[in-house]
Design a protein around this ligand. Structure first.
Ligand code: MN
Length: 190
């Protein structure tokens, strides 16, 4: 039972000019696909082959001899989730209960956006910025390095932005803050 490489929920050119078709051809078609392909090679014929992606992440987190499996599984999940956090007509605040939780945690949606931007810009090296919910329903922002994922820390991701250089370098070169600001303003989908 191989882990699936899911379809993008939008056309590769639908996010222009904020995320180009060229970036998506590499980021989705090469980087994301490689994580899934590598994971399937690593788990083939092992007991992990019968588990879901989430179960593989939880089973391998923190185990030095399973680090390659964890890294590829976590990156596969993180990317699956990242594409679900994007829409061509994104950039709108959530409504209802989620907006109330954001206001309770950060003061306002705009203050949440500033804190999310700050986390993404200050993540040193490759990684991710996240909005997460703990098991008491409280929201917070976190950043993770490399493949690490809130799933491995018992937290539920509600939003993420990928700040590995492969996410923005073709479109923005070293201007990570411009990429994240455009992500928040035009693409982020709750
Ligand atoms: Mn990526």
């Amino acid at each position: 039972m191989a882990i699936e490489f899911p379809k993008l929920p939008f056309a590769e050119d639908a996010l222009e000019p904020y995320m180009s078709a060229t970036t998506l051809a590499f980021h989705y078609g090469k980087h994301h696909k490689a994580y899934v392909d590598n994971l399937n090679k690593l788990i083939a014929g092992s007991p992990l082959d019968n588990l879901s992606l989430e179960e593989i992440i939880r089973e391998t987190a923190g185990l030095p001899d399973k680090q390659a499996i964890f890294n590829n599984a976590a990156q596969a999940w993180n990317h699956n989730f990242f594409w679900q956090c994007i829409a061509p007509e994104g950039g709108k605040a959530p409504k209802g209960a989620l907006l109330k939780k954001i206001e309770a945690a950060f003061g306002s949606y705009d203050e949440f956006c500033e804190a999310f931007l700050n986390a993404a810009v200050t993540q040193f090296g490759s990684g991710w910025a996240w909005l997460v919910e703990d098991n008491e329903g409280k929201l917070s922002i976190m950043k993770t390095s490399n493949a690490d994922t809130p799933l491995a820390h018992g937290l539920k991701p509600l939003m993420t932005v990928d700040v590995w250089e492969h996410a923005y370098y073709l479109d923005y070169q070293n201007a990570r803050a411009d990429f994240v600001r455009n992500f928040i303003t035009y693409l982020m989908k709750f």
